[in-house]
Design a protein around this ligand. Structure first.
Ligand code: NAD
Length: 356
C-alpha cells in the first residue's frame, strides 16, 4: 500500500520524537512492503516564526490532502508573549476543527514493566489499569465565545460552554462502539447536577444506551470520576466525556500509567484521515538534549497503522517491539528504574527498531 502522511514535527522535543517514529514507520514499510510518503507541515511556534501564524491555511490543506497526520508537540516559553489568538496552541485547535476531529481517544494502560512507576498503592495497581478516555474535541467551552469586559469598575471574564444534540450523539456513539471492541463497559461522565449542557448530554446518552443493550452503561459525575480514577481505576473500560472534563481526566489518567511519555492518542472525525500524537507537550525543559521518551509518538504511529491505514499486523508489530524494548530493560530518563539501562531518545529508537 502507498500512504501519504503529513508530518508536523512542531516545537521543543517534537522533532526528536517524530524522527524516531518515522524511523519505525520506515522499517514497517520495508518489512511489510508499503510506501509511506511524508510531507512536512509547519504548525505551532515554528509556524509563527516562519509564517506569522500558528497554522497557515496552506498547511491545513496539506493535512487534509494526506491519508493521515503525525504530530510531535507544539508550544513553549518562547511564544508565551504572543497574543492569545495567535498562540501555538491555537494552531492545534484550528487543526482539530479544520479536520473535523470530534473524538480524541487516549488509552490509559499501565504496562506491567512500568508498574513500579505508578504512584498508586500496589494493592490498587495489581487489579490492572487498562481503559480509554474518549473525549469530545471540538465543542464545549474551548470553542465557545470568550470575552473580558469592564463591569462595575472591575474586569469580568466569560467563557461559553455549549453543546448541541448532534455533537453529543456522534461522540456518544464512538464511546459505545469503542466499548463494543473492548470489554463492553461504558461510563459517561458529566456534571448533570449543575450544568444544562450536562443534563442534555445525559439525556442523549440515555437515548443511545437503549440502542446498545449489550454495553453495560453508567453515568458518573466528573468530580466522583476524578476520585474513582485514583481509588479504583480497574472499574473503567471506556470513559466518554465532553471536552473540558476529558482534558483534565485524561491527564489524570496518564499520571497513573507511569510516564506521560508513553501514551499515544488518536483523534478521529467522519473520515479515515486522523491525527496521531503523543499526549504530552513539547517538554521545553529537555528539548534538544536527546533525552525525551519517543514511545508515545511511536505508539501513535502504531495507532495510525491500525485505525487510519487498516494495517493491524503492522500495528501489532510496532507494539510488540516496544514491549520487547521495555522487557529488555531499556528506559529513557522519565521512566528510569533500578536495574534498567538508561538510554537516550535515539537509542530507544534503535532498541525498538532492533526488535521490529
Ligand atoms: P509537557 O507535557 O510538555 O511537560 C510536562 C513534564 O513532562 C515535563 O517535565 C517534561 O519534561 C515531561 N515530559 C513530557 N513529555 C515527555 C517525554 N516524551 N519524555 C520525557 N519527559 C517528558 O507539559 P508542559 O510543560 O505543561 O507544557 C510545555 C509546552 O507544551 C507548553 O507550551 C504547552 O502549551 C505545550 N503543550 C502542547 C501540547 C501539544 O502539542 N499537544 C500538549 C500539552 C502542552
Amino acid at each position: 500500500m502507498e500512504k501519504t502522511i503529513a508530518v508536523i514535527r512542531g516545537d521543543g522535543i517534537g522533532p526528536e520524537i517524530v524522527d524516531q517514529a518515522i524511523r519505525v514507520l520506515d522499517k514497517v514499510a520495508e518489512k511489510f512492503n508499503h510506501t509511506f510518503i511524508y510531507g512536512d507541515v509547519d504548525m505551532g511556534g515554528n509556524a509563527i516564526d516562519k509564517w506569522g501564524e500558528p497554522l497557515p491555511e496552506a498547511m491545513l490543506q496539506k493535512c487534509l490532502a494526506s491519508d493521515s497526520v503525525l504530530l510531535g508537540a507544539v508550544g513553549g516559553p518562547k511564544w508565551d508573549g504572543v497574543p492569545a489568538a495567535k498562540r501555538p496552541e491555537k494552531g492545534l485547535l484550528a487543526l482539530r476543527a479544520g479536520m473535523g476531529l470530534f473524538s480524541n481517544n487516549r488509552p490509559a494502560k499501565l504496562w506491567p514493566q512500568l508498574a513500579g512507576a505508578c504512584p498508586l498503592k500496589p494493592s490498587i495497581v495489581e487489579k490492572g489499569i487498562d481503559f480509554i478516555v474518549v473525549r469530545e474535541l471540538i465543542g464545549g467551552v474551548y470553542f465557545g465565545e470568550h470575552s473580558t469586559a469592564e463591569v462595575d469598575g472591575e474586569k469580568k471574564a466569560t467563557d461559553i460552554m455549549a453543546y448541541s444534540e448532534h455533537e453529543i450523539e456522534r461522540i456518544g456513539r464512538i464511546g459505545f462502539e469503542t466499548a463494543r471492541k473492548r470489554r463492553n463497559k461504558l461510563t459517561s461522565v458529566d456534571k448533570a447536577n449543575v450544568l444544562d449542557t450536562s443534563r442534555l448530554w445525559r439525556a442523549v446518552m440515555h437515548r443511545l444506551a437503549a440502542e446498545y443493550p449489550d454495553v453495560e452503561y453508567s453515568d458518573m459525575l466528573v468530580d466522583n470520576c476524578a476520585m474513582q480514577i485514583v481509588k479504583d481505576p480497574s472499574q473503567f473500560d471506556v470513559i466518554v466525556t465532553e471536552n473540558l472534563f476529558g482534558d483534565i481526566l485524561s491527564d489524570e489518567a496518564s499520571m497513573i500509567t507511569g510516564s506521560i511519555g508513553m501514551i499515544p492518542s488518536s483523534s478521529l472525525g467522519e473520515t479515515s484521515c486522523g491525527l496521531y500524537e503523543p499526549i504530552h507537550g513539547s517538554a521545553p525543559d529537555i528539548a534538544g538534549q536527546n533525552k525525551a521518551n519517543p514511545i508515545g509518538t511511536i505508539l501513535s504511529a502504531a495507532m495510525m497503522c491500525r485505525y487510519s491505514f487498516d494495517m493491524p499486523a503492522e500495528a501489532d508489530a510496532i507494539e510488540a517491539a516496544v514491549q520487547k524494548a521495555l522487557d529488555a530493560g531499556f528506559r529513557t530518563g522519565d521512566m528510569m528504574a533500578e536495574g534498567c539501562q538508561l538510554v537516550s531518545c535515539s537509542e530507544m529508537g534503535d532498541a525498538i527498531l532492533s526488535f521490529l
